[in-house]
Write a protein that binds this ligand. Structure first.
Ligand code: UT7
Length: 329
């Protein structure tokens, strides 16, 4: 097992719940306006899971679509990695539920908890295992039901997020989507910037904690904003420099759908025009770990990927963590 093999993308898929929550719907819940949300974030709507839909339900739909795209059977999958901060249960991992319901009987699997960076972390882990010859393929999913952990009394956070799932199948030897550069980083000093305090071993759930809504998400938006603009630029610059490319070589950036202003500020400084940047946050908001794979699947299905295209995927979020993948289509 000492081979280093090429790894490519053979299938992608995504799923978003049917229910749409618009900015006007949020006006009825918190003190906000459609105008404020759109001007500050670029978001107009997001999807919200139905009562019967949990994380694994979204995963299954995205995974089936990726399997169909790859022309593969679930039983061929050797590894399932689910990136999520909103699993069905605290135990077991969501990958187990996905494996069972998909019938991916040969697959190992686990979950990755790295918030908005989670999909790229899972993508990187799968790349490494396939390249090393440990496995031949992997189903990598980013999926979130953030509506289950949002504080719909906190206007600073609840307006930003939506539910959804995106999936990718990676395979040894595949030609398209080979990674030229992968990065993963973490600045633990900023761990308080995005939090869901209670429900873990530090603050186990109790009635007072739930009454204070400490089991729900909160964030320091302005701090994350500055971090995200800088990190976005740094990730793209580093991956291009270290592979002897320039921004002119980039066909497309598929960024974490954090905020239109963050993306525009970073791309403006990089001299990347917005027609080379894929945006769907106006329709789906920020879906955390699902955001990059949903966007990538939309791009692929729209026929925007051409052979030889250089594509950058970048993400950042709670931790504060970050990740990037520069790939060749
Ligand atoms: O993927 C990682 C997770 N995502 C993030 O962490 C989000 C990153 N940050 C952001 O996207 C932006 O910082 C926000 C969209 C969250 C906020 O935009 P901002 O331009 O940084 O606004 P701000 O937080 O500085 O707030 C400006 C004002 C404040 O009022 P005062 O103090 O100026 O009177 C807020 O209280 O806007 C107020 N405000 C709102 N007003 C209406 C905050 N949220 C809202 C709201 N509706 N929903």
């Amino acid at each position: 097992m000492n081979t280093i093999r090429d790894v490519g993308i053979v299938g992608t898929g995504h799923y978003v719940p049917e229910k749409v929550m618009t900015n006007s719907d949020l006006e009825k819940l918190v003190d906000t306006t459609d105008e404020w949300i759109f001007q500050r974030t670029g978001m107009r709507a997001r999807r919200v899971a139905a009562e019967h839909e949990a994380c694994s339900d979204l995963c299954i739909n995205a995974a089936k679509s990726a399997l169909e795209d790859a022309g593969m059977e679930a039983a061929e999958i050797q590894m399932i990695i689910v990136a999520t901060v909103t699993p069905d249960y605290m135990l077991p991992n969501t990958a187990a539920l996905v494996q069972d319901r998909l019938g991916a009987t040969q697959a190992g699997g686990w979950d990755v908890t790295n918030a908005c960076t989670g999909f790229l972390s899972a993508f990187m882990a799968a790349q490494g295992m396939i390249a090393a010859g440990i496995i031949d393929n992997a189903l990598v999913i980013g999926a979130e039901v953030l509506s289950s952990i949002l504080n719909y009394q906190d206007r600073a956070s609840c307006i930003l997020f939506g539910d959804g799932a995106g999936a990718m199948i990676l395979k040894a030897g595949a030609e398209r989507g080979r990674a030229l550069h992968l990065t993963s980083g973490l600045d633990g000093k900023q761990w308080e910037a995005i939090q869901r305090n209670a429900g873990g071993s530090r603050e186990p759930l109790s009635h007072p904690i739930i009454e204070e809504r400490r089991h729900l998400m909160s964030l320091k938006g302005r701090d994350v904003f500055k971090f995200a603009v800088n990190k976005f630029r740094h990730l793209i610059n580093t991956s291009l420099e270290e592979t002897q490319h320039t921004t002119a070589d980039l066909a497309l950036v598929v960024p974490h759908q954090v905020n239109q202003r963050i993306i525009e500020a970073a791309c403006g400084k990089l001299n990347i025009e917005m027609d080379r940047v894929y945006i769907n946050l106006d329709r789906f908001g920020n879906t955390s770990a699902a955001s990059v794979p949903i966007a990538f699947d939309e791009v692929k299905r729209a026929g925007r990927l051409k052979e030889g295209d250089l594509i950058s995927m970048v993400a950042f979020g709670a931790g504060l963590a970050w990740g990037s993948a520069l790939i060749r289509w």
